[in-house]
Write a protein that binds this ligand. Structure first.
Ligand code: SAM
Length: 276
């Protein structure tokens, strides 16, 4: 059995988005496609849940539409994507938005090279992207703060944490939100994705645990993070201004649900606004 590393999950996420472009609205994620990821994706869809194509597309679409709307309303002009993986928001959003993409150094180095080549080849439009390699399990705060100071003044920031919390522990999750509080000002936003603890009883989640554990991505079957709604609601400086999940947002997009609830890895999408 081949060992899976965390960057493979970023490739897989991109492939899911490419598998239903009209649902994800991501017309560039297919650039990341490769045969090794296809093998993982096929195995994952068979062994864990075939609905994972749609769940990833709906998630991407939710945040894409939110950021577009907040930009249009003149509230956001900078996107900080924590654990950005191979997501393609810079190319799907207005060219005047500035982007800070933060992930593990090996992901960032690889993405930076690929993006630069694709821009040169005319496969992607030019965008203002600052790439930052770091590790959320280490001391990352000072380097990101320095990087942010070097940027031009912003009207408003949107911090995105999509598909990342699952890989952190509770302490790291608390720490990253404390950091967000320090770098954001009143009126800024956070978009966050997490599983609620109720998912732990679902058949698809048990299969997900097995899948990642068997590929040594996790070191034990309980090595993952779920968060309750209170984790967000109790943040002193933020208000939850929107909370959706796969089922609710699917209705708005007219996405039909194919499997029964217990076979679906339902994720929660939160939108938080800093109020002080
Ligand atoms: C499932 S991918 C999601 C990528 C992207 N947000 C998306 O939705 O397409 C998870 C990402 O989190 C990053 N990640 C996980 N743990 C991390 C850590 N400790 N420090 C930095 N990045 C991390 C991985 O490198 C990977 O790119």
């Amino acid at each position: 059995m081949e060992i899976m590393e965390v960057h493979e999950t970023a490739f897989m996420t991109s492939m899911f988005r490419a598998m239903n472009e009209s649902l994800s609205s991501d017309t560039f994620s297919k650039l990341w496609s490769n045969s090794k990821t296809k093998t993982w994706v096929d195995a994952y869809l068979t062994e864990v849940s075939s609905e994972e194509v749609q769940t990833h597309c709906v998630r991407n679409r939710f945040f894409l539409e939110k950021i577009k709307q907040l930009f249009k309303e003149n509230k956001v002009d900078t996107l900080l994507n924590f654990g950005s993986g191979f997501s393609m928001y810079p190319f799907l959003l207005d060219g005047s938005i500035q982007h800070i993409e933060i992930d593990k150094p090996e992901i960032i180095d690889f993405k930076k090279k690929k993006i630069s080549n694709w821009i040169k080849e005319g496969k992607l439009p030019n965008r203002k992207i600052h790439f930052l390699g770091t590790d959320f399990s280490k001391d990352y705060e000072a380097s990101i703060t320095t990087e942010l100071k070097a940027l031009q003044k912003t009207k408003g920031t949107f911090i995105l944490l999509e598909g990342v919390l699952f890989f952190l522990n509770k302490h790291q999750a608390e720490r990253i939100f404390n950091f967000f509080e320090k770098i954001q000002k009143k009126g800024d936003y956070i978009g966050s994705v997490s599983y609620d603890a109720s998912i732990e009883k679902r058949a698809a989640f048990l299969r997900l645990q097995d899948f990642f554990f068997n590929k040594k991505l996790t070191t034990s079957k309980s090595d993952y993070l779920t968060l309750s709604h209170n984790f967000y609601k109790e943040k002193a400086s933020y208000s939850v201004i929107e909370h959706k999940d796969y089922f609710r947002y699917s209705k708005e997009l007219n996405n039909s649900i194919n499997l029964k609830t217990t076979d679906i890895l339902n994720e929660n999408f939160y939108l938080l606004e800093k109020h002080n």
